[in-house]
Design a protein. Sequence first.
Lengths: 158, 671
Amino acid sequence: MMKQQDSATLASLLSADSIFYLDGTYDRPGLVAFLAAKLHPRVAEVIGEKALVDRLNEVEKLNNILETGLYIPHAKLPDLSDFHAAMAVIPAGLKDPASPYAVRAAILLLSPGKPPFFQQHLNMLASMARTFQTPFIDKLCSLSSPAEAAGLFASAGR
Amino acid sequence: MNPPPSSDRPSLKKVFVLSTAMLSFISFWKASAIVLCDFGSSAYYSGGIAMNAYGPAFPWFVMGVMLFAGVMLAVYVESCSMFVRGGVYVVVRHAMGKFLAKIAVSSLVFDYVLTGPISAISAGLYISYLAKSLLGMAGLPADFSPNMLAVVFGVAVIAYFWKENIKGVKESGDTNVRIVLFVAVIAVILLLWSFLTVYVRGFTLPPFKLEFSEEALGWSKHISWLKPIGFIGVFMAFGHSILALSGLESMAQVYREIEDPKVPNLKRTAVIVFVFSVMFTGVLTFLSSMIIPGDLIAGEYAENLLSGLALHLHGPYFARLALQALVVISGGLILMGAVNTSFVGANGILNRVAEDGILHDWFRRLHPKYGTTSRIITMVAVLQVIIIIASRGDIFLLGQAYAFGVLWSLVFDTLSLIVLRFKDTEFEREWMFPLNIKVKRYQVPVGLMAVLAVLLITGCLNLVTKPTATVAGVIFTAVFFTLFQVSEKLNEKKATLHLDDDEAEEKLNLKSEADINTILPELSKPNRILVPARNPDNLVHLKQVLKTVDDETTDIIVLSAKVAKAMEFGREETPVTDEDKDLFRNVVLMAEKYGKTVKPMLVFSNDPFLSIAQVARDARVGEIVMGVSGSVGAEVQLEKLAMAWGMLQKEDGLQVTARIIWQGRELTYKL
């Protein structure tokens, strides 16, 4: 069985300025809106902020929090030509009434919507789910700054 | 809430694995043996019965019937290829509706009910005559009536198989193979020794001269224009020999068990059955007529023709006597096999019609201990015992009656196929009976029509030449038809036609396993495919897998992953719903259609995609093939699966191919 090949790594997508440490006062839609607002400047050319939030909320009706505490709101945008991501770390956990799991890490992923990118999009989702296992999230939550978190990705070769 | 560490993440609990006999498939050799255990047994009595009816021309007509059997086998190949779980009832119902299907199945039940007595009596007669030979040789008195001894023996055999079927002892394909192999060995010895005898003594071909007995003419004696000569005489004689065709319905029963490729294997089965029957029944009957003196065929050996053949071969008496003993043993085995088949066949067909609501549920009540449809089995046994006693061991009388059920069930089956050629032109037929003329969008079945003509002429003539059979057959058919009509009316009044879960014909045994890992050792092939399924009406993806996968090298796991929000581990619950059973029933039907083995499983968890990924990981499948979900769509399914798969992987994760298949489209990605 082959190891998965990811042309875009998490380390390249998540730098210190795209990682945010939050308290647990957000709810799930609020968390998505926060990350969308932070990520929007990078994709402003292809979609407005409100449209982006609406698009994410539409997709999120079918999305769920993984049992590791990772939440990956995501959307595919037809006019996008590259992957973009922003991450929120919530050490206190964000409790969503619709799920038995608390969100401790959330990664907003925006992917190109063209069919040739779909394999990479799946690879990204799988890679995030594989990387953000419970011990890794525990470690992230124990750090105090986005810079440390970015360093964690870089040192782990993610 | 702190999630458990990934290393401690529990494997799937509450796994249900479907175990049913119908998930194993058999080779065409085994299928041939099962059919021959019924069809081949007529070699022991058809010659004597024919001789008794119309004299020394009997071997020509018995051979003619065996050659015609090849034609009827081809008819069955077409009908089986259309309906995996077919048979006369299903084909006739599809073509001509329930009314005629009830008549057809009534005549088929008559066939099955008579198979037991004629086979048991025949075996009893062979044993009786052997006993006479041995007692005579020992100088002991042997003045008992073989027919009476055959009656006693027959009743005992019926009682034995009644008990075995009540207990639910399954007819074993391996046993059938051993019986047929043994019979084949004896047949080869008989054939070779007979050819030697004919070579040493010379031979005269039997005359093609019809000498009908008074009894064999029946009512035709009183119809001035119906003279037993020429064309009419030939068909009359053919009608007296046609009981040799009994057992072909077994082809339809065995088809569902035949392994992939189904239709080619069915054809191979038909060829093997045909060749065996021509050699065993046809040629041996011919050789009997050439070796046994004519007066002895009509007299001493009328009821045990093959024993007579053994005793009149060229060679020392003790060797011939030993061969007679072997003939009797082989006859006993195959004839008693036919008795068992009569129970299994009658039980099967009556259960099938009961599923359709035309036999009252009372008949399908299960035995409290053995879980079998004991009332149906007992009814068949009682009828068979009554017939044995009423016949007083008269095999010729039984032979007369037997032809009724055989013939009319074949008429209905052939007629239905002709109707379906016009009614159901869209149906994809993997094979068609030859001699067809394409007229617009129809394949006009000239060949089938010719076969039907032969059967109808023979059937109509039999109605007048076999009064006992006609009266008995008509009464029996009328009684059963009335029973079906009344049952249907009574069932319609009930709130539901569905039986309790326990009483479904296909016992879907869902056994609970402690953990998925206890099932994994059963997956022994080098490749594995996981096919998640939820909707019993959406199995397009499973069909595609079954069509294309090599059963020899690939295990197919069909997984139903259900969301159970309030699962309680450790409690003995069976939260299996009717929808789950519908799903698995359809899965089994589809697997049978393609002759491929599947391992169906039902698991409960909070996240179906996580369940799918876990089973795929634990079973180390190479491919996950899903149908498209109407509620979320293919891309969302793949995304959810990707996240679940990723979550379960370690650093150097396994790779799996994920496919989603729906009508006309397919998506394939690597995870």
